[in-house]
Design a protein around this ligand. Sequence first.
Ligand code: LLP
Length: 422
Amino acid sequence: MEIRNGEIYLGGVSVEDIASRFGTPTYVYDEAKIRANYRRAYTTFKKYYPDFEMFYAVKCCNNPAIVNILRQEGAGADCASVNEILLAKKVGLSGTKVMFSGNFLSDDDIRQGLESGVIFNLDDISILPRLLKFGRPEMLSFRVNPGYGKSNVGDFVTNAGPGAKFGIHPDKVIDAYRMAKEAGIKRFGAHMMTGSCITDADYFPFVTGLLMDIIGRVSKELGIDFEFVDLGGGLGIPYKPNEPALDLDRAARLTAEMFSRKAAEYGMKAPQLKLEPARYFVGNAGWLVGRVHSIKESYKKIVGTDIGMNTLARPAMYGSYHHIYVNRKENCPRETLGLCGQLCENTDFWVKERELPANIAEGDLIVVENAGAYGFGMSYQYNGRLRPAEVLINDGDAELIRDREVFEDMVRHTHVPERLNQ
Ligand code: LLP
């Protein structure tokens, strides 16, 4: 993002241009930035652990154009559901380039996952006998809850530890692999995903040590060679101005050191190291462009925009901070204002107090930063406020990659019994 003569440019395209061509609210992604983020993460980890592969967790931003960019860079896909597996397939990713890390799977999920030939990260031992009813995968991985997790987003996205719904309790991991081995499965991996948005580099080697201690013992006791260990995602980005960024080099170096040291300690054949980040690739490469429609003087001054908890759920859902810029007003004097969306819910009052340009006015464009991750994917149609458009910028050109929803999308798939039409 840059500001030229007061006007905000995203990937070289002015927000006025974007708003006039595509309307608001619109998600905007910068292709070059996504590629650069991927390459930085890949080369840094690869430098310290050459047998390294990355998967993109599709849930983060599931537009096929975005998944394709990451596929072109070499990423596989981490999928949470059969539909995400189908999406990965649609962009040309299948077999061992796809991880299925869903939880509390239904029989249908299991059957279709098996048919698609992807790698399962089974979230619980209880799913194994159900899976074996449908077939025996050549390779299997279990998601381990190593007993600890954390997140800058708060407890909401702490995905491991005693309070988490994910993964297998450390004491049960050995039984899970024993059962799989006895069932004739020959090739194994291991997985964890302990938390999202972590900017503390030392966290990554710490949880890696916890996981390796658990699966190292499994390897020793059951004589299993783990072909890969997937440390999940979690590489964080700063959301607030002046918040320190993750020291990626330190995270990679210390994680690789811990990984190799623990593998050697337990006499394991060096497994492949996998990561499945998502926010790190797309978070700061996406913005949400909206417009101020109405300003009210009530108990305080409240600025109403077409960006609300339906288009960007994170602030209302987790209390997350997203920085806001006002086009052509960034250098103007500021006052403390509130900012909200158009839903009939007070949680939609998603910025209670923020220093914003005092002369903000109807018609102004606002840009919400770091909206690429868990933005569009978590949007919904409440109050008949439909999902935004998505636009991809490449080489100074903006292309529509998802149409803005229209009324037909709101009633699609609904059925009114004939008697109710009378
Ligand atoms: N792998 C698995 C199995 C996951 O569940 C996730 C995210 C990732 C990888 C990617 O994690 P990342 O690198 O993006 O941290 N909606 C929340 C984040 C939820 C994360 C869910 N799992 C937010 O808006 O902050």
